[in-house]
Design a protein around this ligand. Structure first.
Ligand code: SF4
Length: 172
């Protein structure tokens, strides 16, 4: 897979993750994240992206923390600290958990999302992994299509969307 294809895959993943609704996640019984204290002094920067050829997936968490012989991915977010992690952030950290598992051979028990005022641990449950794998399969199907229909009627979401300028389906 070329770096361009990898880049596009990542872009597409980020794009589709934005469309995952909280209702869908909660209906599947997926974790919403729990507040944790983390010691940033133990965080190690990640030098190169994690890559799994079978999944055609690459990604680079902001940090990796070693805990009891396992690597925990950490994603740092700026901006407003939410009451609970955003769904797109949960799936993003799940991608990193999957990549850590594939590259280190050890399954992380959870990933961490670090917001300015609060940290959340997101348990990497079999349900979350399964939802993620379903999502990746859907992305691959959509990759074969010339265009993908907008999946929501939320103008606010379009206002915050990084793809807004290039999108011919934006609502705002
Ligand atoms: S602008 Fe709206 S419709 Fe277009 S990609 Fe973004 S969220 Fe989707």
């Amino acid at each position: 897979m070329t770096s361009l294809t990898l880049g596009l895959t990542l872009l597409l993943i980020a794009f589709v993750l934005l469309f995952i609704s909280g209702r869908q996640r909660r209906a599947a019984g997926l974790p919403g994240g729990r507040v944790v204290y983390t010691d940033t002094r133990t965080w190690g920067a990640v030098e190169k992206p994690l890559f799994d050829a079978n999944l055609g997936l690459t990604g680079k968490p902001d940090y990796l923390v070693e805990q009891n012989g396992r690597l925990i991915p950490v994603e740092v977010k700026t901006g407003r600290t939410p009451e609970a992690p955003y769904d797109s952030h949960i799936f993003q950290v799940a991608v990193y958990c999957l990549l850590v598992q594939k590259t280190s051979g050890k399954r992380p028990p959870h990933g961490i999302i670090h917001y300015p005022n609060r940290d959340f641990a997101v348990d990497y449950t079999p349900e979350l992994e399964s939802a993620l794998l379903d999502l990746l399969a859907k992305i691959r199907r959509d990759e074969q299509r010339a265009s993908v229909e907008r999946s929501h009627e939320d103008a606010q979401r379009c206002r915050r969307c990084g793809f807004r300028n290039a999108c011919d389906q934006k609502l705002a």
